[in-house]
Design a binder for this molecule. Sequence first.
Ligand SMILES: [Zn+2]
Length: 170
Amino acid sequence: MTEEEPRRLFAPWRFHYVSQEAAGEGCIFCAAVGGGRETLTLFTGQRVFALLNRYPYTSGHAMVAPIAHVAEFGLLDPDTLLETMVVAQRVARALHVVYHPHGMNLGWNLGEAAGAGIVDHLHMHIVPRWRGDTSFMTAVGGVRVIPEELEQTWSKLRAALEDDGVEKDG
Ligand SMILES: [Zn+2]
């Protein structure tokens, strides 16, 4: 990481995390399917589920992933792709209600070269952004400044999703 590439989402702490988790401990996404507060799972649908990122770039950083352990974006079937976007939209709505972000990044990091921390299980990131937010500084400094506990974030977003009509099933 150099200062010449400040816009790349880069999080040094994730390497530690990944090296721990990837050492045969199993897939954290698969383990979070159908979960709740403990796994920070916000919602589990038919084909996809949503969860909070344990190492968020900003408060409310969520992810939507297929329930199936799939690494290849090209292998996702149309129904799963559609449900991914529908659930991403719900999560984005909940984030707007709870956090009023100025903007949001939605995207996939496909492959290690693209910044994916976990390459074996596809997932889409939903990152609330604020003008002048600190995610770049925290990434460069390797120190996360997340002003809110993850469980609080989970509770608020979960409540917002339920208010929005998402069934309570996790
Ligand atoms: Zn998996």
